[in-house]
Design a protein around this ligand. Structure first.
Ligand code: BES
Ligand code: ZN
Ligand code: ZN
Length: 482
């Protein structure tokens, strides 16, 4: 999709459709909309879409009034959704060339970026394996900004980079496990790195063995697919300060549960168990273009969790890279095992601050539903950095506790740690397990099991992978201050 900016008066814009966001309680007088407001047909409620054909005095073939909801609640995150909903509606009506009016009061780079993101994200369909010829993608999207200023171009650039990276993440996550093995993720990362000028290194089984990554390798041994530890490195030309941000993402290409096998119902969804890893790779794709002032590295341990004849058994004791021993009580709690070694590796590679993202527990879905990411941290400052970035990006998160006595749930008679903590506080004990490997390094853990996947399409987003928390990671790195 071609994305450009326009400064012509709205009336002169030629397009299949001109999208005009409207708000509740703010009557739109142009384009023949006044009568629609007066009659009560149009109110401006969120995602209320009204298509006006041959609008009077306008060059565009159609005007789409796109409801943004209450004006007091309208922000960049809402504009992102409105733009997405408008694009999804218009492409279903075979409109190819669309323009969107950004009012003067919203013409800052943040709003423009969000509008472009919404359009690019809304334009994405997870239909690459459908063989019919009914693709309906938009060809062009123009932002018509109501205010002069260089910010508009900057916003468009940032929005395009972010949303293309998010769609890149989504297409990885949507791929089924037969078309995306750990080696395939590694190939995708390598190819992306070559295209955008990042360094990429992939550690194989032998290298991991030499490093003592027994926790990761224990999970991998049940599958015929070899594991991969994918490392991507971004280095600024001149780094500011001493921080080195490490982004660790769970990359389980399929989670059967292993010997502690999952129930069949819904198991097909477990192809998204690499959503955290894909988000970190996507974040690196955007960072390579936005060039933050601090070094950023991504670590994505990737395995397939299978119950093969060589699979690890409940009761097995593995030695993690850090030296800690772990009793594998449940082979379905595999994410924390592979992340433990990736976190240790990231620390030994010199990362001073860590964020991990993982579809780690069903328990976080019980706690927070599908609306908010569960956020755990071992340091308040690091927690606040990530929360601020998440709020700015509209990727909703919620801080969860890590009090020291939760650790009482993690007791093993035979090893330093068990890999599960029993019935209560499952998301917290999983986070506590990871904390044992983050040690003193400021660290945030994001449990995205409930938020990485949309079971039903939204007006602004197709069903399937969402691509979160990629945008938060990008903002965290680009806005980093010592
Ligand atoms: N990948 C799952 C967590 C998950 C559950 C992701 C639902 C998305 C949706 C993880 O590896 C897992 O199986 N966790 C277990 C842990 C349990 C055995 C302690 C769980 O949550 O049931
Ligand atoms: Zn599992
Ligand atoms: Zn899993």
């Amino acid at each position: 999709m071609k994305i450009t900016t326009e400064r012509q008066p709205l009336e002169q814009i030629e397009a299949d459709a001109l999208v005009v966001p409207i708000l509740e309680g703010r009557k739109e007088e142009r384009f023949g909309a006044a009568a629609l407001f007066d009659s009560g047909e149009v109110k401006g409620k969120a995602f209320e879409l009204t298509l006006i054909h041959h609008p009077p005095g306008v060059a565009a073939a159609r005007v789409l009034l796109a409801g943004g909801g209450k004006s007091a609640e309208f922000d960049a995150a809402q504009l992102r959704k409105v733009a997405g909903a408008a694009v999804r509606h218009l492409k279903s009506k075979s409109c190819k060339n669309v323009a969107l009016a950004v009012e003067a009061e919203w013409a800052g780079a943040n709003y423009v970026s969000a509008a472009v993101e919404g359009a690019v994200l809304g334009n994405y369909e997870p239909d690459q394996y459908k063989t019919g010829n009914d693709k309906t993608e938009l060809e062009s999207f123009r932002v018509v900004a109501g205010r002069e200023g260089a910010n508009v171009e900057e916003g468009v650039r940032r929005g395009r980079i972010l949303a293309e990276a998010q769609n890149f993440t989504r297409s990885l996550v949507n791929k089924p496990a037969n078309r995306l093995t750990p080696s395939d993720i590694a190939d995708a990362a390598r190819q992306m790195a070559a295209e955008f000028g990042l360094e990429c290194e992939v550690l194989d089984r032998d290298q991991m063995k030499a490093l003592g990554m027994g926790a990761l390798l224990g999970v991998a041994q049940g599958s015929a697919e070899p594991p991969a530890l994918i490392v991507l490195r971004y280095r600024p030309e001149k780094a500011e300060g001493t921080a080195h941000l490490g982004l660790v993402g769970k990359g389980v290409t399929f989670d059967t549960g292993g010997i502690s096998i999952k129930a069949a119902d819904g198991m097909e969804k477990m192809k998204y168990d690499m959503a955290g890893g894909a988000a970190m790779i996507g974040a690196m794709r955007a960072l390579a273009q936005l060039k933050p002032a601090i070094p950023v590295s991504a670590y994505v341990p990737s395995v397939e969790n299978m119950p093969g004849s060589r699979a690890q058994r409940p009761g097995d004791i593995v030695t993690a890279m850090s030296g800690k021993t772990v009793e594998v009580i449940n082979t379905d709690a595999e994410g924390r095992l592979i992340l433990a070694d990736a976190i240790t590796y990231a620390r030994r590679q010199g990362c001073t601050h860590l964020v991990d993202a993982a579809t780690l527990t069903g328990a976080i879905v019980v706690a927070l539903g599908h609306m908010r990411v569960g956020l755990f941290a071992n340091q308040d400052a690091m927690r606040d950095r990530v929360l601020a970035a998440a709020n700015a990006e509209g990727e909703r998160m919620w801080p969860m506790p890590l009090d020291s006595d939760y650790k009482d749930y993690l007791k093993s008679a035979f090893a330093d740690l068990p890999n599960v903590g029993g019935r209560w506080g499952g998301a917290i004990t999983a986070a506590w397990f990871l904390k044992e490997f983050a040690e003193e390094t400021p660290w945030v853990h994001l449990d995205i099991a409930g938020t990485a996947w949309l079971d039903d399409a939204k007006p602004f987003l197709a069903k399937g992978a969402i691509g979160l928390p990629m945008r938060t990671m990008v903002r965290l790195a680009t806005e980093w201050k010592e």
